[in-house]
Design a protein around this ligand. Structure first.
Ligand code: SAM
Length: 250
């Protein structure tokens, strides 16, 4: 594990409220294999160096590292930024949003403990890069983005690379009830609190990874639904994310 679990506690899930979320837009493509490995020789060495850096920073999950070493991150950003695609830093993707830093993607994915075939809900599709990592791990991925422009661009990019997640444009703080429950839920924007609806859409035994705090910094939390009525919460180190905007966000 790349960082120490700082705190652990157990508490009851609040009683059920009606869910009103709707499917606004859905990528109807059937699941399928990655069409072809990226034909981008000039980036191969840079990806290897990035993976080496992630190992040095403590990422241990070989499947996560393998996914990062095979996904062409340059395809998820503007061509003007291509030369910076394998820096371990966030980069702008428009609408005031960012593609997460590779270390953050690796750390969150490692914490999520994804298994092949898991049904995974991601909140905050952004560029689609994290979504591609989850697809590479063999997950059945559902992802929600609130900006239509980002949703459209991520859908184009993921489809072009041969990934087949189900995508929706809407408020991800309400989850995606039509496909619940999920084995894993990953939130890639900073939340003021853990949205109750996301906990409800988690299968028993399921895991939710979410950064929670104020808008300056957030503590990474891993919530495990240990029974119908109870969750266990672990707290890890601090990160800085763009805000989770919505009914159960900022
Ligand atoms: N996973 C993304 C990637 O790989 O590029 C990271 C994107 S960025 C750090 C977080 C994203 O969350 C932004 O695209 C933002 O628009 C989105 N977001 C914020 N609040 C949201 C909400 N309530 N529902 C869905 N997406 C939201």
């Amino acid at each position: 594990m790349f960082f120490r679990n700082l705190l652990q506690r157990r508490y009851a899930i609040p009683s059920t409220r009606k869910n009103n979320s709707t499917i606004e837009q859905l990528n109807q493509n059937e699941p399928g294999p990655l069409i072809s490995p990226p034909n981008d020789k000039k980036f191969v060495r840079r990806r290897e160096l990035l993976v080496q850096q992630l190992r040095e920073r403590g990422i241990r999950d070989e499947q996560v590292l393998k996914a990062i070493s095979s996904i062409p991150r340059q395809k998820f950003i503007d061509t003007a930024l291509e030369s910076r695609a394998y820096e371990d830093s966030p980069l702008p993707i428009g609408f005031g949003q960012t593609i997460s830093q590779p270390y953050t993607v690796a750390a969150q994915t490692e914490l999520l403990k994804v298994r092949r075939g898991n049904k995974v809900l991601e909140i905050g599709t952004g560029s689609g890069y994290q979504c591609a990592v989850l697809c590479e791990l063999g997950a059945d991925v559902y992802s929600v983005e609130r900006h239509d422009g980002l949703y459209q661009e991520a859908r184009r990019c993921l489809t072009e690379l041969g990934y087949r997640p189900k995508l929706k444009c809407g408020d991800g703080t309400k989850g995606w009830s039509a496909y619940a429950p999920y084995d894993r839920i990953l939130v890639t924007a900073g939340a003021p609190v853990v949205p109750e609806e996301l906990v409800r859409q988690l299968a028993v035994g399921g895991v939710l990874v979410i950064p929670v705090g104020d808008q300056a910094s957030q503590v990474m939390k891993r919530i495990t639904r240990v029974s119908e009525d109870e969750v266990e919460e672990e707290s890890f180190r601090e990160f800085k994310f763009v805000p989770l905007i919505g009914e159960q966000g900022w």
